[in-house]
Each structure stands twice: as C-alpha cells, then as structure tokens.
Design a protein around this ligand. Structure first.
Ligand code: HPA
Length: 264
C-alpha cells in the first residue's frame, strides 16, 4: 500500500470536521456545482499529505465540504483517470479515502458516448450495470456487472421525477482510452450489452462495492459513440454538449443528493 490513507483522512477530518455524509465525484464541467453548498470549506489536494495531483493542466484539484440543502456533502473536483497514466491504486484512492472519512453513499458523475440511437447526446443516464472493456484483468469477453445498489437507483429515478428531468438507464462500458473507440470496438460493445462508453467510473464503482459503500454513477451523454452516425466524433462536440446539459445535470444531481440524504 503506497498511500497512507489514515493520515490523509485525519488531515481532512481535522481541518473540516467532516465525519459522515455523501461524497460526490464531479466530472469535468460540473465543478460549479459546489457553488450551491452552504458553509463550504475547500481542501486543495496539494495540502493533503502525499495526495496525488491530477494531470489536467491548470487545475490541481480540491475537495469542497459543505451542506447541500442540509445534507452533509464532500465533493471531489478533479479526479485521476487511468488514461492519463495514473495506476488503478491512484484512480481508486478517493473512494478508499471516502470510506476512511465515514462517507456512507457515493455519487460518481462522468461524460460518456452513446452506443444507442435512442439515447441521444444531451441525455442523462443512470448506470444500472457496467462492463470492464479495458481487458486489464482478463482477455475474455466482459460480463455485465449488475451489482448496482437498488435503493440508489430508486433515489435517482425519484429525483428525475421530482426535478422533471428525463433519465435514461443503461449499461456503461469502461474503455482504456486515451483515444475514443473505433466503430468496430463500439459494435463489439453493443454486442455484449453496452449502452454507453467512457473512460472512468467503473474502477471507482468496483472499489466502493469491495469496501461495502453504496455507490451510483450518472453519465451525461455528450455524443454518439464512434460509428453510430456517419460523421467523425470530435472532442469539441463532447465539450459543447457537456456545457449545454450542465444545468439539467446539476438539477438532477441536487435532487438526487436530497433523496439520498433521506437515507442517512
Ligand atoms: N468514448 C469514450 N469516452 C467518452 C466518449 C466516447 O465516445 N464521450 C465522452 N467520453
């Protein structure tokens, strides 16, 4: 074990008084969500003993701890992607830290491409199952993991109804990146039951499961995956759709936090 997670957790707990609540990992573009927190306390990653730093230029990453409509929340702004060269120990470190800090529920957000015509860009999709398509652990065909906590799925669905935001449900396939997939890879992923594709979240969900913390993933669908449309996929399209969907996503996330807060 490379990281001293106890030391990291003690630092954060001493500085903020956080003892229990919900943690949320905010995907890029969603960082502003923490503007909605009452009594916010910021802990930059670089202040935490031996905490790694994200490689994304210009942003070192930080935790923001505060209350969202009276629900104690710990938000991670800035995460570690496998495709950026971080190993899986680093990718899953925040989840282990959440556990040490007494977090009871985790929400993980991301951007993803859609492998289905009926889940168009701009959709919000709750992850009801996932596939590990990285082939890091095994060369055999990935199987859908449906081990997603039902009560959290219900919280997201109920939040969708209450906030009048439409939600799709689907299976998220984790690929290694750093490039987007090829059309052939997407056809393969469709064949094994994948509905959306992205480069994060699955290792975090698997680690939460191992540690016995209930975790749920929610994707912003930013584009059709490669080969679904007869046009090339661009990073610009991904960013533009993420921006366009930000408000609906924030509304859904906020109501989801409130719903999960009832379980605390
Ligand atoms: N593939 C992988 N990751 C992604 C995509 C995609 O199409 N869109 C956003 N993240």
């Amino acid at each position: 074990m490379k990281y001293n997670i106890t030391e990291m957790a003690e630092y954060i707990a001493n500085r903020t008084g956080f003892t229990k609540g919900i943690a949320i990992v905010l995907g890029s573009g969603l960082g502003d969500f923490t503007d909605n927190l009452a009594n916010p306390m910021v802990v930059p990653y670089h202040a935490i003993p031996n905490y790694p730093l994200p490689t994304v230029a210009g942003h070192s990453g930080e935790f923001v701890i505060g209350d969202y409509r009276k629900v104690p929340l710990l938000a991670a702004k800035g995460r570690f992607h496998y495709y950026e060269g971080h190993n899986l120990e680093t990718v899953t470190l925040p989840i282990k830290l959440f556990k040490k800090l007494g977090v009871e529920y985790i929400i993980i957000t991301n951007a993803a491409g859609s492998a289905r015509k009926d889940i168009p860009p701009g959709s919000l999709m709750v992850i009801e199952g996932y596939l590990d398509c990285t082939f890091l652990k095994s060369a055999s065909s990935p199987q859908i993991n449906k081990n997603v906590p039902l009560k959290l799925l219900e919280c997201v669905e109920s939040a969708g109804k209450k906030s009048k935001v439409e939600i799709k449900k689907g299976v998220y396939a984790w690929t290694q990146g750093p490039g987007y997939e090829t059309p052939a890879e997407i056809r393969y992923i469709q064949g094994i039951g994948g509905d959306a594709v992205g480069m994060s979240t699955v290792p975090e969900l698997m680690t939460a499961k191992e540690l016995g913390i209930d975790a749920i993933g929610i994707s912003t669908i930013t584009n059709f995956a490669a080969g679904i449309l007869d046009q090339p996929l661009t990073h610009t399209e991904v960013i533009e759709t993420a921006n366009r969907t930000k408000d609906a996503f924030a509304k859904l996330i906020g109501t989801t936090i409130k719903e999960i807060g009832e379980l605390l």
